[in-house]
Design a binder for this molecule. Structure first.
Ligand code: G1P
Length: 284
């Protein structure tokens, strides 16, 4: 299976950090966000990845490209660990790029992948969210797709006052954590939301989604919404992901994620706890 990673947005919620830098390249602890996303795709068995980029996105291509000068310098300095790390990034997967010419919405960004994908089912991983769980989120969706033979999307319960930020679904639970979806609404007002189950940025889509996007009129924000195209599919399932999704497009979530990931690293854990304790004392 191939994967598509849309990464063409302006990252306006993260200005000024994203004025000249893609939000997908913002580091979370010690790696750019999009590297975690690609590692999730690879851990799910995918090695052919198409990134949909826009203007100001050259650094994404550079990050996954071979860096001869850097490798040479590390080699001459005998920094073998660093060299291995840098080479591993280049070897992660086959990565191709296509540009979304105009920012016409997530549906339109996915449509840019039509030629590369052909008619097969494919995964979509939004470039500004990271997931962590016992089984990679995308792998869980591939399993649902294979079992039900239909598109599958990842879901998570969100507080009622946050539903306006997400695509929200209404569905019937057909087995533990799996829903057959009847209705999808992009960014509904809180009192109009059909539930508090939100679409969390991971999808496995059947090839007919491209025809559905083609038939989709601009929706919320005047954009071609992927959620509206998903509503037109004959069948779609949702999976409440066993794990956690981190939305990096939001600065407070980004900061919390960096701290959480640093606490997972034995090298920085104790020093960070001491630092946080000292900061709490100072604030009290
Ligand atoms: C997109 C999708 C939305 C989904 C969200 C998850 O919205 O359109 O359905 O819930 O990602 O992060 P965006 O955050 O790009 O506005």
């Amino acid at each position: 299976m191939k994967a598509v990673i849309p990464a063409a947005g302006f990252g306006t919620r993260f200005l000024p950090a994203t004025k000249a830098q893609p939000k997908e390249m913002l580091p979370v602890y010690d790696k750019p966000t999009i590297q975690y996303v690609i590692e999730e795709a690879v851990a799910s068995g995918i090695d052919d990845i198409l990134i949909v980029t826009g203007r100001n996105k050259r650094s994404i291509e550079d990050h996954f490209d071979k860096s001869f000068e850097l490798e040479q310098t590390l080699q001459s300095a005998g920094k073998d660990d660093r060299l291995r790390q840098v080479r591993a990034i280049t070897d992660l997967a086959d990565i191709c790029y296509v540009r979304q010419k105009e920012q016409k919405g997530l549906g339109d960004a996915i449509y840019c992948a039509k030629k590369h994908i052909g008619g097969e089912a494919f995964a979509v991983l939004l470039g500004d969210s990271i997931t962590k769980g016992p089984t990679p989120c995308t792998k869980q969706l591939i399993d649902v797709y294979e079992k039900y033979g239909a598109s599958a999307i990842s879901l998570e319960e969100v507080p009622r006052d946050k539903v306006e930020r997400y695509g929200i679904i209404k569905g019937t639970e057909v087995e533990k954590d799996v829903y057959k979806i009847d209705k999808l609404v992009e960014k509904p007002l809180a009192h109009q939301a059909p539930s508090n189950l939100a679409i969390m940025g991971r999808y496995v889509l059947t090839g007919d989604i491209f025809d559905k996007i083609d038939e989709t009129e601009p929706g919320v924000g005047g954009e071609i919404q992927l959620t509206d195209a998903l509503s037109k599919l004959d069948a779609i399932y949702g999976n409440t992901f066993e794990g956690k999704t981190y939305d990096i497009g939001n600065r407070f979530e980004w900061l919390k994620t960096s701290i959480e990931f640093a606490l997972d690293d034995d090298e920085s854990k104790d020093a960070l706890i001491d630092y946080m304790k000292s900061m709490i004392n100072k604030c009290e």
